[in-house]
Design a protein around this ligand. Structure first.
Ligand code: 0XW
Ligand code: MG
Length: 367
């Protein structure tokens, strides 16, 4: 089997509610990039990547030139066994993991379709029927965040990510954590995410002011060293997100003692092949795993769900139904949350395929 065509679409995804984070970052309408790899056998594989502006060293309009650069290696190549082709792509174009993520997801979709299996079976086999979701709460007034949490709790959600720092008011952040903690009752997991937007001082003040509560902190500062200082000063468990993007960063976070949990996002690492290796390392290091992507719709969401379903359930902290936060749905038949959980699709390959109407006209075709 050979790849004969690479087609790209840019699709604006609009959040149901604008999603505010620290340091002026927000998700209102964000472009996702959808990739289709067509083969001479008639099979097609789908990929997607949706970088959030100002969030990581990645941007949506960077995907197209990176894929243009990789197209000569892709065209005519055998897509079966994605890691072999990804190794060739890494030699041809260094870095650019976010652009490679979309390609790698499409290669896994093709490989699983050719094997006539749902992707989770190729990734090691299904270990979980469904997976626990967290609900991410936009950084607005503390009382409003508590209401959002309570509403989500009523639908069965048991894990809450409380965005912090958007108004640079540390006492408001204390109120956010206290009110959400109170609103959802004891038991559920509540964690505050600064998305790198705090300095050690304010993150430590916030953490110490809620240290009597059952709270986890997520990526308070921009560096692992500063995150580790906050963890040591507050005694609160910590999830690392933006700083975890390759083997070296995972080993460093573990050595610094600040990686109780970690966000394994497809586009930070370079797709399912790289994320599966990172997952295995994290299993060894004993961190709890959030398996997801930065943002996106049904393709990113499905890819992460397949890997999460093929991971030992006691290591999985949670997953994210990214496509539930935005519209349009690329595939209206894709999985949705049910009682705070979500299951991977059961069809062959990724088990999702975008409706062509939702994609519009392609922005580039390489053949
Ligand atoms: C990546 N986000 C902005 C979107 C996800 O839903 C969660 C959040 C994060 O930083 O963890
Ligand atoms: Mg985060």
């Amino acid at each position: 089997m050979k790849i004969t065509r690479v087609t790209l679409w840019r699709v604006p995804l609009t959040s149901h509610e604008t999603y505010y984070m620290a340091a002026g970052k927000a998700c209102a309408t964000i472009e996702t990039v959808v990739v289709r790899l067509d083969c001479d056998s008639g099979l097609s594989g789908w990929g997607e990547v949706c970088p959030i502006p100002h969030y990581l060293p990645a941007y949506a309009r960077g995907v197209e030139p990176a894929i243009e650069e990789m197209a000569p290696v892709l065209l005519g190549a055998d897509p079966i066994g994605p890691e072999a082709l990804m190794t060739r792509l890494d030699a041809h174009l260094q870095g650019h993991p976010y652009a490679k993520s979309a390609i790698d997801i499409a290669l896994w979709d093709l490989t699983a379709k050719a094997a006539e299996l749902p992707l989770y079976r190729l990734l090691g086999g299904r270990q979980a029927e469904d997976l626990p979701l967290y609900h991410s709460i936009t950084c607005v007034e503390p009382e409003v965040m508590a209401e959002i949490a309570q509403e989500a709790r009523g639908t069965g959600i048991k894990q809450f990510q409380v965005k912090l720092g958007a108004d640079k008011d540390w006492q408001a952040d204390v109120a956010r954590l206290r009110l959400v903690r109170e609103a959802v009752g004891s038991g559920p997991l509540v964690y505050g995410d600064w998305n790198c937007g705090a300095k050690r001082l304010e993150a430590t003040r916030v953490g110490r002011a809620v240290a009597d509560l059952d709270i986890m902190l997520e990526q308070p500062c921009a560096t692992l060293e500063d995150c580790a200082s906050v963890r040591a000063a507050t005694g609160l468990p910590m999830k690392i997100d933006e700083n975890a993007h390759d083997t070296e960063s995972l080993l460093k976070a573990h050595a610094l003692g600040c990686m109780d949990a970690v966000a394994l996002k497809l586009s930070k690492f370079g797709g399912l092949s790289a994320l599966r290796r990172a997952r295995d390392l994290c299993l060894h290091l004993g961190a709890k795993l959030c398996i997801e992507d930065t943002w996106g719709s049904d393709i990113c969401t499905a890819a992460a769900l397949h890997l999460a379903a093929a991971t030992p359930p006691d290591a999985v902290l949670n997953v994210c139904d990214l496509s539930g936060y935005v519209s349009p749905r690329l595939d209206p038949a894709a999985p949705v949350r049910k009682n705070g959980r979500i299951a991977p699709p059961d069809g062959l390959g990724l088990g999702v395929a975008p409706e062509l109407d939702a994609l519009g006209e392609p922005c580039r075709v390489f053949d």
